[in-house]
Design a protein around this ligand. Structure first.
Ligand code: CTP
Length: 412
């Protein structure tokens, strides 16, 4: 059983960590300046190595200023310590960003012809590669083979993104969002206990219940909690199907599938289709309890109408329906409460035959619905209650992921 990191540690996970950045000569180098700046804000200790070509794009002084750190360029320019061995022992993590096809080819084949490649050869801890280049260079079988080789050698590879490249071409090769790079660096310091490819369903977001062709009833759920849980479970080895109502979020790329729905009926259908074969269902979705009895097939006109009453009928209670067919599956619900939090959440836990319910107070403005933060209580089917202090939804997802892996591992 892995101990859960406390919120204070999780939030400051890069503080005082030694991170070595290797910079090579690609146009995406200007984006790495902003990565370096974010790492400084996170409290990391940085050292940077620039290849000779990279200095034709950005000067050593720029990286020294932004990173507020030492920048190394020449293996033969040192006073007391030998730079490549000293740097490789100093760092906890090495990140090469941007990584050009040339540097990738060299390190895949064990070359040591500049300070960066020499340091790589002597480095034995976690290594992250962020390739960024022209699509044709990236898709060249030689480059793809070199990247694959590095993956097999234990490198963590961040796939480049598709889009418009500096040369005007459109395709794969773009430097990914720094937020993603930062997350991968943070993950190097967060140990996660894993399961072996267990299928899981996560629901997220609001549902829309249509009145006519342009109007609907909904709620302000942002989907953040569900998307964070889906990502966390995928990182822990679950094969995640994320079924979500409309949100502004981009699903994590390593999910098994992303299913987009609008109504509660559609969500129910998609959950039901997969439930028999799943090991886990986490219902974070804010499912609308009622829908208009009739969905008008045209836009309602206000002419001749002084008031309008819309008859609503009940939507299926997905968790209640699922409780009737549940066998070995672990089912987790969420409870959005504005009063009597514990009492109401316990009632839902029993009525919906849940293994765990995560309850939060929706009357508070600083947590819940559209916020990035939440404060929750875990209530288990055996009556145990645990509290998580106000923290980010990513952290709450991390704690939930930890608990769920414990539950599955205890079953083995
Ligand atoms: N839920 C569901 N189907 C619904 C409504 C809710 O499966 N039609 C799920 C939610 O995804 C959540 C749990 O049931 O995991 C509790 O949802 P919540 O909105 O807190 O409570 P309700 O059961 O809808 O009851 P009420 O709105 O009366 O508090």
């Amino acid at each position: 059983m892995k101990k859960v990191l406390p919120w204070e540690t999780f939030k400051n996970i890069l503080k005082d960590k030694n991170i070595l950045i290797g910079v090579t000569g690609g146009i995406a180098i200007y984006k790495v300046l902003s990565l370096v700046s974010s790492l400084v804000k996170e409290g990391a200790n940085l050292k940077i190595i620039m290849t000779p070509d990279s200095q034709k794009f950005v000067s050593k002084m720029t990286f020294t200023s932004v990173g507020n750190c030492e920048v190394f360029t020449d293996p033969f320019e040192f006073e007391a310590s030998i730079p490549h061995t000293t740097l490789s022992s100093w760092a906890d993590v090495l990140v090469i960003a941007p990584a050009t096809a040339n540097t990738i080819a060299k390190i895949a084949n064990g070359f040591a012809d500049n300070l960066l490649t020499m340091t790589v050869l002597a480095f034995q801890k976690k290594k992250i590669l962020v390739p960024a280049m022209n699509t044709r260079m990236y898709e060249n079988p030689a480059t793809l083979e070199n990247i694959e080789k590095l993956r097999k050698l234990g490198w963590i590879i961040l796939e480049p993104e598709e889009g418009r490249l500096a040369c005007g071409d459109i395709g794969k090769g773009r430097y990914p969002e720094n937020e993603k790079v930062l997350e991968v660096i943070k993950d190097c310091f967060i140990e996660r206990e894993k399961v072996d490819n267990l299928p899981a369903i996560v629901t997220a977001g609001p549902t829309l219940e249509w009145i006519d062709t342009v109007r609907y009833i909904s709620n302000p759920s942002s989907g953040k909690m569900g998307f964070a849980i889906a990502k966390e479970l995928a990182k822990r080895g679950f094969e995640v199907s994320l079924i979500s109502g409309p949100t502004h979020l981009t699903p994590y790329e390593n999910l098994k599938e992303f299913v987009s729905i609008e109504t509660a009926d559609e969500m129910y259908r998609e959950v039901l289709k997969r439930f028999e074969k799943t090991s886990l269902l986490v219902m974070t979705a804010a499912v609308a309890d009622f829908k208009p009895a009739v969905r008008q097939t045209h836009k309602l006109k206000k002419e001749n109408l002084e008031e309008l009453s819309i008859k609503l009928v009940k939507n299926p209670d997905i968790l209640k329906e699922i409780s009737k067919i549940k066998k070995e599956q672990i089912v987790v619900g969420f409870a959005a409460e504005s009063e009597d939090l514990l009492k109401n959440a316990k009632k839902k836990l029993e009525e919906k035959k849940l293994d765990l319910i995560v309850a939060n107070d929706i009357s508070r403005k600083d947590i819940g619905f559209s916020s990035d933060y939440n404060e929750v209580k875990f209530i288990y089917s055996n009556g145990k209650v645990e509290e998580i202090e106000r923290s980010s939804k990513e952290y709450i997802a991390y704690v939930i992921g930890n608990k769920l892996v414990d539950i599955f591992n205890a079953k083995l």
